[in-house]
Design a protein around this ligand. Sequence first.
Ligand SMILES: Nc1ncnc2c1ncn2[C@@H]1O[C@H](COP(=O)(O)OP(=O)(O)O)[C@@H](O)[C@H]1O
Ligand SMILES: [Mg+2]
Length: 459
Amino acid sequence: MDKRKQKKKCTETSAQPDEMSKGSPPTAICKKTRNSRKSKIKFRCDYSPTPLKVLQARGWTRVQEPKDNSWDIWWCDTSELKLALDGPVKLEANQRVSHFRNHCELTRKNYLYRNLRRYRRLLVKANKSREAELCNAMPMSFELPAEYRMLVEEHRRCQGTTWIVKPAGGSQGRGIFLFQRLKDLTEWRTKECVMMPDASDLDTVPAVPVATYVVQKYIDNPYLLEGRKFDLRIYVLVTSFQPLKVWLAREGFARLSSEQFSLERIDERRVHLTNMSIQLKTEARKSEGERVQSLGRKLPLNWLRSHLTARHGRELVQRLLRNIAGIIMASLQSVQSVIIPSKNSFELYGYDVLLDANLRPWLLEINASPSLNATDPDDFRLKFDLIDDLLSVLDLERLLTGRETRVGGFDLLWDDAPVWSADQPRELNIFLGADNDRADQLKRLRERLGVTKVPGGGG
Ligand SMILES: Nc1ncnc2c1ncn2[C@@H]1O[C@H](COP(=O)(O)OP(=O)(O)O)[C@@H](O)[C@H]1O
Ligand SMILES: [Mg+2]
């Protein structure tokens, strides 16, 4: 993080230092905020069941008529984004939409890799080696078909390496496989390209662009829990890219594979891919007895944090969390100049991060539409609270002072500069995997603001 840009963001109160500004916020802010409080919030949400439940639980009014443009927030699918942002009526400055226009700069695996590589070069030129190092967070990757030759060379150089092939715009583990011998990739590539029109047909058959794949070095020494591989799902809320404002959710989870890890079985997707969709398919196939024994499941981030702290000590775990936050910031800064700025957009990103046996975090991908469907009651609680707190951060009701560094389960990580913790002045405001006492925090926040309902309307 850029030292020169660092500014001490919060000077907060002693009782609960991480939640509020110290003393009363300037009267001007209070007056302005309280005079313009908004009570009737309207929303549009057509496809996402959990956000819909939260929006309704807040007592907000649903707009269902497609031509009705009076919504304050549209929780839309990425497929509806164009409609939401470029509808027939120009958006008002305070209407919010749940995605940024060209989110794919972060969420397509090949673009993310390119952006990080480009940003790294800039940092190296500027002699910012520590920041540049954070841009090496993704395993070495090649784009197919464009970089096939380079991949072949690298494969020759690193005999015995395992590689993973992923569709650049894929999700839920679809189309992913591992290989070690180049022969296996060539065979797959031949099959992939059979679907393409022959060059001689190009006059008659419209050319279909070849699907882009990312071939990535497979992290073959993952950190294991009871012999099983896992990866982390971390939630990050960006409320603005210009200036960059980033909130980090305390809660998240580790997705644990249901099978023992082994490089002997590279064809076994449930050993190597920790996606819930793949692990749940496995579960469905098992008998009841096996299901009880099986461990393909989610473990809360705070459990993992305590587990790692008990095994490796607080300092190492703090360093790991700082590293993860640094990687998150590097990825967002790498696209800051590329994302089309919009005052209307916000986005909840789902980061997939893998830890290797040396506790090095690897960034695998970033999702613009992380699954908000719950797999069990605990998962529902986590996702419901996550969205509820996100809506409090957005502050459509205009209750907050704008200087908060914590709202429920979200901590402000970046506000055009790093944000420092109030109670530990030499620490950054990172509480990833810390206990989420959101209900108490929101209660204190409400008391402080002199309001009775939101923030935390659903809880
Ligand atoms: N380079 C890698 N090394 C080790 N495991 C990986 C790697 N890339 C992906 N995986 C595993 O495959 C899963 C799916 O990969 P991901 O990049 O998240 O694609 P998808 O969009 O399909 O979820 C990850 O959750 C992880 O378990
Ligand atoms: Mg994924």
